[in-house]
Every structure is written in structure tokens, then in C-alpha cells.
Design a protein around this ligand. Structure first.
Ligand code: SAM
Length: 263
């Protein structure tokens, strides 16, 4: 499906901008991923954009995860209705969780765990656009890393998002009480009441990208786009293959040391 065709259908739906959508669509065409994971689909706009690119390529599948509760805010159409209307439901698979996508990732890790203690990576592209909370998304990155294939890209949205600005925006908003949820994480209002001044002011996703992704020995090709709001990285290597061997080696050494001291 061509970009203009999909954009015509989703442009009024909230979240990803036209420039962002074009970039995402083009990256999918260039990278040709077979399995995409998206964390946070809201009303399904970015899922639809990526689905359209996969349709154009003629292969691939997207798994996207959000919360049941987000249907309160994101409806008419819901993500499910949008994806079905656009006939992308054989490409985009939407999953809803009670509490967090991290639980869905836990299930995927269990599914991909092999007898050799190796987790078989499955995804060729991951887009993280969910809670934007340091604690939740640090956990998400740790889990996603184990499922991401070597050579694949990961994208973080909203590097500059901070709770302080969201507080200000919500104080000015006229949303009815049932919609008085944070635009990204419905429970963020509760979380925010426990945050220190610096936790409110520092950009959580930016911290994850700068402190954990850019310093990670297995990642490289870092770049930002969309005026510094998007952070990209490529997984360049894995510890998958030799990790069990290394662990065995450590145990052999410990055993050897113990035996030589016993002699
Ligand atoms: C910014 S919106 C996603 C926008 C979408 N990617 C797009 O561009 O069209 C973020 C979504 O993440 C979901 N979310 C926030 N925290 C989550 C969590 N811990 N687990 C699952 N979904 C979460 C919210 O419900 C919300 O729908």
C-alpha cells in the first residue's frame, strides 16, 4: 500500500506526525523486516503505517502491544476497528494486556527459551512508544534486547518527554474525568504523585537511550531524528551464541581452583 493511500486514511488519528510516518514507512521499506514489534499502539496509527509498508513489501508481520484500559481514551475507531477497516488484519496483530507490555514480553521470552538456555531472538525491528516511564521502559528494553535479532534496528519515541510538561498540559486541559489519564500511560497520574522534582523534570526515555542503549556494548549506529525526538540504534552483536559456553567455562575454572586448593 502506497504512503499517500494509508496517510489519507489515518491522518486525523492522534499521535505520529506525517514526517514521522514517512520516516517510519521508508525505514520499513529499506530494512525489510519480517517480524516487527511495537510497544504502545494507542489508536493504531503507527501500526497502520508500518502495516502498509509491509503490505507494499509483500511480506512480514507486526505484533503490537497496549493495555485494555487505553480503549477508554482511544476509540471511535479503536485500533482493532481501524486495522480491520484498512484490511491490515492479516499483517498487524494487536495484543492487549491488563497491566503492562512487559508481561507480554515475559511470555515471549518463555516461548523463545530453548533447552540450551538460549533465547531465540525473533524480531527484526522494534518500536518503543509506550509508557515513557524510566522504570517500565528500562525493563522493556532489557526484555526486548533478548528478543531482537542481531543486525536489527530499535527505535525509541519521545526522547524529550517529561512528566513536568505533561502535568502542566493536563492542568490546562478540559478533559472529562474518565479521560483524565496521562496521554501515554493511564497510571502515570498515580506514579507522578510519588516522583521527586528531578524525576518529574528529566526526560525518562532520553535517559534510557543515553544511559543504557548508547552505552550498551552490543549496540551501535546511534542517530536521532524528528528534531531529536526519535532515538535509533542497531543491535550489532549478541552474546547469545557463546553465552552458555562462557558460563560453563566460569564453572570449570571455579571447580579447578577448588580442587587445586584441596590438594
Ligand atoms: C503514544 S501512545 C502510542 C502511539 C502510537 N505508537 C502511534 O504513534 O500511533 C502510547 C500508548 O502506550 C500505551 N502504554 C503505556 N504504558 C503501557 C504499558 N506499561 N504497557 C502497555 N501499553 C502501555 C498507552 O496505553 C498508549 O496507548
Amino acid at each position: 500500500m502506497k504512503f499517500d493511500e494509508i496517510w489519507k486514511n489515518v491522518r486525523r488519528i492522534p499521535h505520529i506526525s506525517e514526517l514521522g510516518a514517512r520516516e517510519l514507512y521508508q525505514v520499513i521499506l529499506d530494512e525489510k523486516p519480517s517480524r516487527i514489534l511495537e510497544l504502545g499502539f494507542a489508536q493504531g496509527k503507527s501500526s497502520a503505517i508500518m502495516g502498509a509498508a509491509l503490505k507494499k513489501l509483500g511480506h512480514g508481520r507486526i505484533d503490537s502491544v497496549d493495555l485494555f484500559v487505553s480503549m477508554v481514551r482511544y476509540n471511535n475507531p479503536s485500533a482493532e476497528e481501524l486495522i480491520e477497516k484498512l484490511e491490515l488484519d492479516q499483517i498487524v496483530f494487536l495484543h492487549r494486556e491488563q497491566n503492562t507490555y512487559n508481561w507480554w514480553l515475559k511470555n515471549m521470552i518463555q516461548q523463545q527459551l530453548r533447552r540450551s538456555s538460549r533465547i531465540e531472538p525473533i524480531f527484526d525491528f522494534v518500536f518503543i512508544d509506550g509508557s515513557h516511564n524510566f522504570t517500565i521502559d528500562t525493563c522493556a528494553f532489557t526484555l526486548v534486547d533478548r528478543l531482537l535479532k542481531t543486525g536489527s534496528l530499535i527505535l525509541f519515541d519521545d526522547l524529550e518527554y517529561n512528566y513536568y510538561d505533561i502535568n502542566e498540559r493536563q492542568n490546562r486541559s478540559n478533559d472529562p474525568p474518565e479521560l483524565e489519564i496521562d496521554s501515554y500511560d493511564p497510571r502515570a497520574r498515580v506514579l507522578r504523585t510519588h516522583m521527586s522534582e528531578s524525576e518529574l523534570r528529566e526526560p525518562h526515555v532520553g535517559l534510557i537511550y543515553n544511559l543504557l542503549v548508547k552505552t550498551h556494548p552490543n549496540y551501535g549506529e546511534f542517530r536521532t531524528s524528528q528534531n531529536g525526538n526519535w532515538g535509533w540504534a542497531r543491535k550489532l552483536r549478541d552474546w547469545g551464541e557463546d553465552y552458555p559456553k562462557r558460563r560453563e567455562w566460569q564453572w570449570t575454572n571455579i571447580l579447578r581452583k577448588y580442587m587445586s586448593s584441596a590438594l
